[in-house]
Write a protein that binds this ligand. Structure first.
Ligand code: GLN
Length: 561
């Protein structure tokens, strides 16, 4: 196994994840098989308990792992399927060491950060790196490891030490370190400053790691003399100083790296030059350029709870982008805080209320994404009602599907207090209930997580056609509540059809309103499996419906062309 370690210096938020996944893309284009590991030095065992407000979305994997959103980047860029163990956190490492300590595995020994924690990190990396993630057999050739945080952080120290030891044990030819850093410019026509990078490289070297390549982030392309200075002071050959300057969209980053021959420097370090092809990257070039040249846009109202931070819905945003690009459209996402649509907001913040409604009315389609807790639920119900009554294309994801069931029960069935038990435990009409796969009495570990099968009940519905008439789909889940099976009869009689169900037939997975041009709710999260060149069927359906092209698309598809 060959390792490419990506570290970051100077400040956080440099786009280390995009850099690391882009390195993976370029190496993959050289014909190598790639896997990746993300290290998050925080103490949480996984991202499942972290607030999207603070940390962005929780990404969900096939195996049910709730992981850092960077793993989403890797899956999308490298088109791989990662496992929960591809995300290492301090919490996971300590947990495994402490479990061993309790079992008596270290009997008689003093258990310490070095060597026990560092050994656990090394073993974890080496055992996860060999898990195939690209659908082929046998281990990948190169494992890209991204170390979260900034070099010098107290919490990343055990990882740095473990990685230093790893670099030594795997040997020179199998280890390449790329350090991502920032080159700021002071003043309007100021100079490109190399000092912060010099300091962070010095810090890295003091810890026993020497970067083989520098990936310098900057607003404008680096000047030659900046590169020379960096080379001289950072002990990195000039040819190995890469520059990732600002680009119009992130799909340019692999191209930027390829154009600077990043792959040659990395392959040389890893002694792989003889095994690698020239990276053509036609698909990426086409995607990046198509994106740059889009002129027409489509307005999508995204009505959610965490709209302050766009990373909270990162995969939804990416899935919309993939679908729009497939339709040669630029996504224009109008973020609406669900609570602004509510009547209370009309009294308390009338301007925000008016703007939210105007935005909703101007949108070509409405999307209500997943979420937890009751904040904004009333506003989401209003948005679903608006879309249903005005025949505006609607896609409800997870909570968004539950919302449409509540709305339909209230407005169409006349069950005024219909609700989800998540928001009202006393409701006389619990149309959405707690339906764990395991224990009903314990809240911990009761989330339905990861990939599950949804079987289509009929081929004669929009979603089945969008999924190419497959008998079933496998999408990822992350929820506790479900549509109450006791209400299915009356909901269906009144026109809300549950065309997709789980294998037991008890869990409703897909709903449609056949009298509406596109009113779809799904209990799963289709956004997690959307890929740049393979948009999610449901997001594509939403965008096609929003632009009036859905019928033609489905017709074409049925004729087999
Ligand atoms: N809060 C809802 C549930 O737990 C929806 C979850 C979600 O949207 N991911 O079922």
């Amino acid at each position: 196994m060959k390792y490419v370690l990506v570290t970051g210096g100077v400040v956080s938020g440099l786009g280390k994840g995009v850099t690391a996944s882009s390195i993976g893309v370029v190496l993959k284009a050289c014909g190598l098989r790639i896997t990746s590991i993300k290290i998050d030095p925080y103490l949480n065992t996984d991202a499942g308990t972290m607030s999207p407000f603070e940390h962005g979305e929780v990404f969900v994997l096939d195996d049910g792992g709730e992981v850092d959103l960077d793993l989403g980047n890797y899956e999308r860029f490298l088109d791989v399927t990662l496992t929960r163990n591809n995300n290492i956190t301090t919490g996971k490492i300590y947990q495994s060491v402490l479990e061993k300590e309790r079992r008596g595995d270290y009997l008689g020994k003093t258990v310490q950060v070095v060597p026990h924690i560092t050994d656990a990190i090394k073993n974890w990396i080496e055992s996860v790196a060999v898990i195939p993630v690209d659908g082929k057999e046998g281990p990948a050739e190169v494992c890209v490891i991204e170390l979260g945080g900034t070099v010098g952080d107290i919490e990343s120290m055990p990882f740095i030490e473990a990685l230093r030891q790893l670099s030594f044990s795997v040997g020179q030819d199998n280890f390449c370190l790329v350090h991502v850093s920032l080159i700021p410019v002071l003043g309007v026509v100021g100079e490109q400053k190399t000092k912060p990078t010099q300091h962070s490289v010095r810090e890295l070297r003091a810890l026993g790691l020497t970067p083989h390549l520098l990936a310098c982030r900057s607003a404008q392309p680096l000047l030659e003399n900046t590169k020379e200075k960096l080379s001289q002071f950072c002990h990195v050959p000039a040819g190995n100083i890469l520059n990732i300057h600002d680009v119009p969209n992130i799909w340019h980053v692999p191209l930027l790296l390829r154009n600077q021959n990043a792959h040659l420097s990395i392959l040389k370090q890893l002694n792989l030059l003889d095994d690698a092809a020239t990276p053509a990257l036609q698909d990426w070039t086409r995607m990046a350029e198509t994106f740059d040249n889009l002129t027409e846009s489509v307005r999508i109202a995204l009505v959610g709870k965490y709209v302050g931070l766009s990373d909270s819905y990162l995969s939804v945003v990416k899935a919309l982008l993939h679908a729009c690009i497939a339709c040669s459209l630029k996504p224009s996402i109008d973020w609406i805080a669900a609570s602004d649509l509510e009547d209370d907001s009309a009294r308390l913040t009338p301007e925000a209320h008016a703007t939210a409604w105007e935005t909703l009315r101007n949108a070509a389609c409405v999307l209500v994404p997943g979420g937890f807790g009751d904040r904004g639920v009333t506003g989401m119900i209003l948005a679903a009602k608006y879309a249903r009554e005005n025949k505006v294309p609607y896609l409800g994801i997870c909570l968004g599907m539950q919302i449409s069931v509540i709305e339909f029960a209230r407005s169409v069935l006349g069950l005024e207090r219909a609700n989800s038990n998540e928001f009202d435990n006393e409701t006389p009409n619990p149309v959405v209930i707690f339906m764990p796969e395991g224990s009903r009495t314990h809240m911990g570990n009761t989330m339905r997580l990861g990939s599950r099968k949804t079987l289509f009940q009929t081929p004669d519905c929009i979603t089945s056609k969008l999924y190419q008439n497959s008998e079933y789909v496998e999408e990822r889940h992350r929820h506790r509540y479900e549509v109450n099976p006791e209400f299915i009869g009356i909901l269906e009689e009144s026109g809300l059809k549950f065309f997709g169900r789980d294998e037991s037939g008890n869990r409703m997975e897909i709903l449609e309103l056949p009298t509406h041009p596109f009113y779809v709710g799904v209990q799963f999260h289709p956004e997690f499996k959307s890929r740049p060149a393979r948009p999610s069927a449901l997001f594509l359906g939403l965008i096609l419906a929003a632009t009036g092209l859905l019928e033609a698309y489905l017709g074409r598809h049925q004729n087999g062309s």
